[in-house]
Design a protein around this ligand. Structure first.
Ligand SMILES: NC(=O)c1ccc[n+]([C@@H]2O[C@H](COP(=O)([O-])OP(=O)(O)OC[C@H]3O[C@@H](n4cnc5c(N)ncnc54)[C@H](O)[C@@H]3O)[C@@H](O)[C@H]2O)c1
Length: 293
């Protein structure tokens, strides 16, 4: 049984797309939700409070409990304020869903320094900073004797797993998020915190901006809409549950499909030398890897 009733959850980037669906779903399961979003465009520019406000209104209209939050996830002080906002509104924090994101795609030769920095900042620092402040709070609570399950759910991407060309900023940020999740899993379990990652596939404005995806993700006239972003939310809710048995894991979710991903693993046989390799010997021995490949 997945327990979410009464749990306090922050969902970042919850004004639109996947985050919006996660917030609505968590609230429908009884969670009290902080709907964070600064309402930026795909590339991180602009700002609009109405998407987050609309999600909160929708949750309340359905009988759920939610508040807005407009802090930037990649801001150190903003992240601290966001965690504080949850504690002020609902007395504690149980779940942090790190989801907010932007895109600035281009080939690496054309990529500007700003496009690289901004995407790394929003995704990687935008996962680290809220997690850091949540973890500080959870450690304090744990030391004060409040021992219960706390959950981190992070958002990676196939771009980070399979290395999509044209995303030399986004891909590394998204693989970095998986490693970050695993490190958080190892460091924070002592405070009762589990940390897991989702790799979603869904029709949102981010994916609709990618060439070729619009046609693939076209909703069907009838039947199951496998690219509906809401399809990912039950997995997020599962990983946010008080009895979640996973820690440090990564799951792909699209439509009705959920798959587990494994981290980097050593493959094939090693080549060995009793002392440091000489270059010509290594040149010879390295051919074994070409054959294994
Ligand atoms: N849609 C997919 O198929 C897909 C696939 C892989 C990964 N993702 C990831 O899922 C997450 C959600 O993406 P989406 O597709 O729903 O996109 P989206 O653009 O619909 O939603 C992203 C939301 O994040 C908000 N946001 C951006 N920067 C922010 C910041 N600094 N602080 C607070 N809010 C901020 C935006 O305002 C927006 O509402 C992203 O991390 C994205 O990389 C999506």
């Amino acid at each position: 049984m997945v327990e979410l009733d009464g749990r306090v959850a922050i969902v970042t980037g919850a004004g639109r797309g996947l985050g919006r669906e996660h917030a609505l779903y968590l609230a429908s399961q009884g969670a009290r939700v902080v709907v964070n979003d600064i309402g930026v465009d795909n590339d991180g520019t602009g700002g609009d409070r109405s998407p987050a406000a609309d999600v909160v209104a929708e949750i309340r209209q359905a009988g759920g409990t939610a508040v807005t939050n407009f802090d930037d996830v990649s801001s150190w002080e903003g992240s601290k304020a966001m965690v504080t906002a949850a504690i002020v509104a609902y007395g504690d924090l149980d779940v942090l869903v790190n989801n907010a994101g932007i895109l600035r795609d281009s080939t690496l030769i054309k990529m500007s320094e700003d496009d690289f920095d901004e995407v790394i900042r929003v995704h990687l620092k935008g996962h680290f900073a809220p997690t850091r402040w949540a973890a500080v709070h959870w450690r304090e609570r744990h030391k004060a004797g409040v021992v219960r399950r706390r959950n981190l759910v992070h958002t990676s991407s196939t771009s980070g797993i399979y290395a999509n060309p044209g995303q030399a900023n986004y891909g590394p940020a998204k693989s970095g998020i998986v490693t970050f999740s695993q490190i958080a899993a190892k460091e924070l379990i002592r405070y009762g915190v589990v940390s897991n990652c989702v790799v979603p596939g869904a029709r949102t404005r981010l994916t609709l901006a990618s060439p070729g995806l619009t046609e693939i993700m076209e909703p069907p006239v009838d039947g199951f809409d496998e690219w509906d972003p809401a399809n990912t939310s039950p997995l997020v809710a599962y990983l946010a549950g008080a009895t979640c048995p996973f820690n440090g894991e990564t799951f792909y979710a699209q439509g009705g499909t959920v798959r587990q991903l494994k981290s980097w693993t050593l493959v094939g046989d090693s080549i060995e030398h009793p002392v440091r390799w000489r270059l010509d010997e290594l040149d010879q021995a390295m051919r074994a890897f070409v054959q294994q490949h």
